[in-house]
Design a protein around this ligand. Structure first.
Ligand code: ATP
Ligand code: TZP
Ligand code: MG
Ligand code: MG
Length: 271
């Protein structure tokens, strides 16, 4: 990556209005579609085995999310993923709950083995379990395990041969050589379901317009975290319900200038 131009990358998303094909979970489907629309992307949810591959090949990116997986949606994910790979369309993967059950862990590993995934995004425990480390996880939430997220992102990127985004209080992005930490965000994000899932789809929108996946991921994380900071400020004293609505507003209001002004990220190593 030469130089990260955050505002240009955000602007490109809004100009191109990328079609983001999501095969995602039933909890977050509506929130994800609204968040992508607020950003300036074009969401489509299509999880039938009969059409998943056809939809994937006309999209700018494909987002796979195993939050409420079942055998049919997993089959659709593999079909869509293979079509996306064939057409050189980036595949972004959220291994929701990997480590919580054997089915989730094995399915996440199967997806990583059978598809060429461009970016994987999860909390620390999910990413650790995908690479065979046994970190504690509580359902779909990160749990109390406090491993080193920086080391995890780097080793996972090397093992999985893709860009890894590990989120938490601070987010780490690594391709195994270059590594960035992004500090934007707000703790109230953990009180609204689907904020991790929507983030994965937002990374999908950025990856749909920016081939450099480190740039796409860092820009998406900074933009998303800034929108959360602004929304939290505007809804201070209120609760997660008001925050959720204001967050959608801010996803459409945060400008390239805001991103240049408020982004908080640094390069840790390599590249
Ligand atoms: P979990 O279910 O464990 O919360 P997740 O898949 O929902 O995982 P998160 O790790 O919560 O994903 O990340 C979603 C967004 O919330 C990211 O932008 C991240 O930076 C932000 N975030 C999470 N925890 C905090 C925190 N304590 N302070 C600031 N931002 C946070
Ligand atoms: N259960 C299955 S998927 C899901 C829940 C609660 C949503 C998880 O969303 P996120 O973004 O990981 O918090
Ligand atoms: Mg969460
Ligand atoms: Mg999650």
């Amino acid at each position: 990556m030469e130089k990260i131009n955050l505002s240009e990358t955000l602007q490109k998303v809004r100009e191109v209005n990328p079609l983001v094909h999501n095969i995602t979970n039933v909890v977050v489907t509506n929130f994800t579609a609204n968040g992508l629309l607020a950003l300036g992307a074009s969401p489509v949810m299509a999880n039938a085995v009969e059409e998943a591959a056809d939809m994937a090949q006309i999209a700018s990116s494909l987002v796979l999310n195993i939050g409420t997986l079942n055998s049919q949606t997993v089959e659709a994910m593999i079909l869509a993923g293979k079509a996306a790979n064939w057409h050189d369309i980036p595949v972004i993967f959220d291994p929701v709950g990997a480590g919580a059950t054997r089915y989730r862990t094995e399915t996440a590993q199967k997806i990583m083995n059978e598809l060429k995934v461009s970016v994987i995004r999860g909390n620390g425990a999910e990413i650790a379990n995908v690479v065979g480390e046994d970190w504690e996880i509580k359902g779909v939430d990160a749990g109390d395990a406090k491993g080193n997220l920086l080391d995890l992102a780097i080793t996972a990127a090397q093992k999985l041969n893709c860009v890894v985004v590990v989120t938490g209080k601070e987010d780490v992005v690594s391709d195994g050589e270059a590594t960035y930490v992004v500090a934007n965000g707000h703790s109230i994000l953990t009180k609204v379901t689907g904020t991790g899932c929507l983030l994965t789809s937002v990374i999908g929108a950025f990856a749909g317009v920016e081939k450099d996946l480190l740039t796409a991921s860092v820009a998406a994380l900074a933009y998303y975290g800034i929108a959360a900071e602004q929304a939290a400020q505007k809804t201070a004293e209120l609760g997660p319900g008001s925050f959720q609505i204001e967050f959608l507003n801010q996803l459409s209001l945060v400008s390239g200038e805001d991103v240049n002004l408020y982004a908080s990220f640094k390069k840790m190593s390599g590249g």
